[in-house]
Design a protein around this ligand. Structure first.
Ligand SMILES: Nc1ncnc2c1ncn2[C@@H]1O[C@H](COP(=O)(O)OP(=O)(O)OP(=O)(O)O)[C@@H](O)[C@H]1O
Ligand SMILES: [Mg+2]
Length: 260
């Protein structure tokens, strides 16, 4: 179980503090599939990076199975079983797909097992196993290989940031099955998926909506999903002084600011 307690994250932009995450407390229970959604720029990827240890929170604590892991590095958290697939996967020149899967697994992985992970994400394993993880791979291929590395790791907590991005429709169907099978295979582990896709929201046990750096809604899928579709949570509002405003006057405001 992963627990975030009162997590805040500020960055300094042009000598002003900008609050990206504001006092988020969140529990990711074992054996649950949590889908985090919300408007662009709401803070989802930042929160995922904080869970992974890539960013350190400005305040608050993170616990994995009751142990305070706030001060642990990415590597130490990975050793404890937190796996992560980026919104934009990283390319590793000079490393073959098989090596990458073996590094992720952290143990000797047979070619057969590696092929199984690639097949699970819809790739013809023999065509990819010896490929270098460089620019010659398409965006969708790279994304699938990265998902396969999270499968290979078999983690306590698997975090996927917009796994659907760049994946074609046919593979998207498979992706849903991949997540369902990870859930079955990874008993005791939890999965957190950041997504804007209704079909992915549809397989969630719980949905968390993050908006303006805060949890705006949270609860079982059946309670949250119907209210989300077509709601303001699906859009980015134009705000001035914290007050939402819509319509043509937005353009006027921007022009005014341009002239200032
Ligand atoms: N280092 C930084 N410096 C300045 N602003 C930042 C920094 N990191 C993130 N932000 C801002 O914080 C906000 C949240 O970004 P984040 O990537 O977490 O959003 P998101 O919810 O994942 O959005 P999307 O749905 O578009 O992926 C954005 O407005 C982003 O521009
Ligand atoms: Mg994001």
């Amino acid at each position: 179980m992963l627990e975030l307690r009162n997590i805040s994250f500020n960055v300094n932009v042009e000598e002003n503090d900008k609050e990206i995450i504001r006092d988020i407390s969140l529990t990711v229970p074992d054996d649950k599939l949590i889908v985090v959604t919300g408007p662009n720029g709401g803070g989802k990827s930042t929160l995922a990076r904080i869970m992974m240890g890539i960013e350190k929170p400005s305040s608050g604590q993170i616990f994995l199975d009751g142990e305070d892991i706030t001060g642990l590095s990415v590597t130490d958290r990975a050793k404890k079983g937190i796996g992560f697939a980026f919104q934009q996967p990283v390319r590793f020149k000079g490393i073959q797909v098989l090596d990458l899967l073996r590094i992720a697994a952290g143990k000797t992985l047979s070619v057969g097992d590696a092929c199984d992970f690639l097949s699970a994400v819809g790739l013809c394993a023999r065509d990819y196993i010896d490929r270098e993880v460089n620019n010659s791979l398409s965006g969708g291929e790279l994304k699938r290989i990265e998902i396969a590395t999270v499968l290979a790791r078999g983690t306590r907590l698997s975090i996927f940031d917009e796994p659907e991005a760049g994946i074609d429709l046919w593979s998207f169907q498979n992706l849903i099955q991949v997540f369902q099978s990870i859930k079955k295979r990874n008993a005791g582990g939890s999965i957190l998926i950041i997504s804007h896709q209704e079909r992915i929201l549809g397989i969630a046990d719980e949905i968390v909506v993050i908006r303006e750096g805060q949890v705006s809604t949270q609860g079982p899928k059946d309670e949250i999903l119907p209210g989300l579709i077509g709601s303001a949570d699906a859009t980015m509002e134009c705000r001035k002084n914290g007050i939402p405003h819509t319509g043509s006057d937005e353009k006027e405001d921007c022009r005014e600011e341009d002239q200032e």
